[in-house]
Design a protein around this ligand. Sequence first.
Ligand code: DAH
Length: 341
Amino acid sequence: MKEQLAKIKAEALAAFEAAADPAALDALRVKYLGKKGALTAVLKQMGKLSPEERPAMGQLANEVRAALESAIEEGGRRLAAAALEAKLKAEAVDVTVPGKTPVLGHKHPMYIALDEIKDIFVGMGFTVLDGPEVELTTYNFDKLNAGEGHPSRDWSDTFYFDKEERVMLRSQTSPMQVRAMETMPLPIRIIAPGRVYRKDEVDATHSPMFHQVEGMVIDKGVTMADLKGTLNAVVQGLYGEGTKTRFRPHHFPFTEPSCEMDVQCHKCGGVGCPTCKGEGWIELLGAGMIHPRVLEMAGIDPDVWSGWAFGFGLERTAMRRFRIDDLRLIFENDVRFLEQF
Ligand code: DAH
């Protein structure tokens, strides 16, 4: 029995040493120390020994068991350390490998133009506002003096969300005038760029979604001369010193008097060419003195305060700025086009 125990011990220790992974080690534990294991089998024969032999053999058997148990524990630690080592090696990152340079995009030409426009206005003390594209009809029309029956409210032009015509995609950025008047302390100087929506078919100059930039000033003693002076300064900043403009009378429900501003054609210098359709001038924006009713509806006393406002199409302005001849190029996001700016 003594030899048997010595043999089991030697064999088991060697096997534990050679175990390649935790599962193999566990199988060996069962093989030697389990209920039907080799050591247990020897211990079961203890009963056959004489009472004199038993204590010494019992002690020896216990020593073998203790030796095997601690060897298994040691083997477990060794395998765990080896597994960790292997994992670290597999996941190692070589920080000396040169990186891949990511391809950086750049600003869309329309937003380059918008940034230039914002810079000019911010330099003159204007605040840039953002507002909802899903707008209440009240703000898009009623509070801008375009009441029931006004032609611009027609279903054929406007994206309404409901039969009652209470909610719509804004058809102009002008509702931002009212939102500013209702929330900001006077005096006010704002621009509000953003998307607007109309039921237009897509072609070289139209899209059902486009961008406008709204502008508004309300202060005491503000006149049409301020409007002309400011807009002329903006055009010089955007299209260069000496760019000529002209103002024509027009009609908008929310301004009185109203006007449109044209710039002299950059292609022909005013002689007339296909770009300006022979006119020599290109329409740039709508503007005017804010209608006293619009001020009143927003709770501003038109006898104390006056103001002017304007709105222009951002795509058209950017197209002129960068000599782009088709509106669709602005929205198609063809990198071959975008890379040119
Ligand atoms: N909202 C007008 C449009 O979409 C443009 C406009 C004209 C805005 C006159 C104004 C303005 O603020 O005073 O055609």
